[in-house]
Design a protein around this ligand. Sequence first.
Ligand SMILES: [Zn+2]
Length: 649
Amino acid sequence: MTLVNFTPIYCGRSDGETEIRSKKYGKEYNGPSNDQLDKVANPDDYYETLDHDHQITVEWKRQLGVMLQREMRAQTESPWFLMFFPENYRLYKHHKGVRDNTDAYLYGYPQGRKKRFKTAQEFFPHFLWLMEGKSEDYGDCPCRNCAGDWVHKIEPLPGRGGYVPPLKEFAAPSRDSVPLKKEPVQVKRDTPLPQPKVVIQQRAPQQTSTLPRLPSKTPAGTSTSTAANKPPAQPVISPNPLPPVKSREQQLDAEYRRYIYRIGELVWFNRGTAWGLAIIIKRDTIRDSGPQSSGPRARYLVQPLSHPYLHPEPKLMSSNDSLRPWLAWSAPGPTHRALTGKSFATVDWKTVLAGECGPGDAEVDGSIFAAKQLDESFSLLSPLANNTITTGERTYLAMYLGGEKIYVGDPVRLRINQGQDIMVVHQIIEKLKPNSTNINLASVYLIGDIYRFASIPFDPANTTSLINPHLPPRMKTDLEFRNSVTVPPKRVQSFWRIIQSSARLTVSDLKGRWYESSILLPILRTSSVFAADIQRGEITDVGDWINGRGDANAAAGKMGTRFRERLEALGKAVPPTLRLGDGSDNGEGGIEGSTGNGTPNASAAKPSPKPAPAATSSYPETQAIGQQSGQRPKETKLSQYMDLDKSGG
Ligand SMILES: [Zn+2]
């Protein structure tokens, strides 16, 4: 096989926006609308987000590289390849009808989704204007969006935005019609790091907010041309070392494949005929005896959520397959239609139990309302340093964020940028209002390093230089797995590219915990689907398959209500005697003592509850919801549960 050398190109300047302000609708996502992205509602006409290493993305970036090379008359033997689109620009594929449509559109232009670019050729003049960095005046950009149509009545100059021969003219011609993805360009270099050919100065790091920044017309002639005249080296962003581990529980939760779920977290649990909602109260690992015994296996004691007047006993879940993260699915509405729009606190549970709200399942509704209350909540725990006198700040080791528990040192998924980035949390900080000790008035923010998943053609010479010693161990191991999937068949290598170090974000910028694709995907998508993907050299990011905090609750991007502690946020949805953990800081154990002969009985104070009336329950049934597991959570909407209810009788 003939290998293709190429020269990596980076674009350090961008005007791309993920959100814009629209007169009519206020803030608007600068991409396809939610409706257009909804594959379930519109199976014949929808948009798909394309990953960095999707063959169409790679082809666009290759064409842009080659066009830029021609434009700059660069005499290098290897073709240029644009490593990343300018920040906040993103490709979407339009699936329409049954024909194999390969229409893709690049969104991100700061005047909104209607100004998307339809081809790499169409985007090229704007890309060139960004790359050259000579002007901040959009009037100087000759692209269709900036300059208007009249410019484009003129024949393009030779080379500019012109035809780019397909890759196979550079590469081995034997593999006809094999898409680029399967025939990737391979770098062959002696230098360990890609040498950027063209680097244009990065803008000062943007405030990591989602506020739109509309294009500002800078008068021509201002001295903005320094960047192009003497391109300085791209500023080096260095990751910060991981904060030290402070507790055994934190240590356990930092380990790859030890526990998926954490004490105090909200989960879906399989209750036999249906899935319910519960809180993890204890956990440990056991080793199966017998000849086919593998490694230790996690098991969890969970407290099902309910209404205030009846609390089911804790259940012992000894298989990962019988639990799901809260964010894996969206909770349905209440089974009592009359309760729609209410909250756990505003429901009069006695009237519900008396049957005055019509048919329904009070226990199920209690769990749904409790889960939503929890999703909106957050609590800080394990204070570390207290500087309230000097700076008014306190730092914490961990926090409950919605359904989940997050430690300092953990990766979290972010809402900012395109919702694809993650942050490794280094500090959780509470800043009190001056002269106040009221925590509800305090602002809470997190400091950490922001990373983006990036894929490049595999080069063995890069492997060591791409290793980041400051990544959390779970991310490292997961990355090794993902590369072991994609490198051999596709020659595509991925890494976590640092975007910003010591960034400061608020609680509302967080989607939730980051999970290992290598661990959660086989559970969410079933192991057979996962195995088939692996076979093809494909592994998606598990973040694409789960919600963000508040997504299912009309509270996405909201800070929510702070509670002093987790049990306060759970309120009467759990027995008043409930304790999280076994009273030690071990982070595991205590199940044996509370289960007796395998019958969990942590809250013996209550009389035995009636079994959940699963047969008559309109709660999503195991099978129905189980089959949803291969679908993205946004597709598991309330309406579908309603439909299931009708068809399920
Ligand atoms: Zn332009």
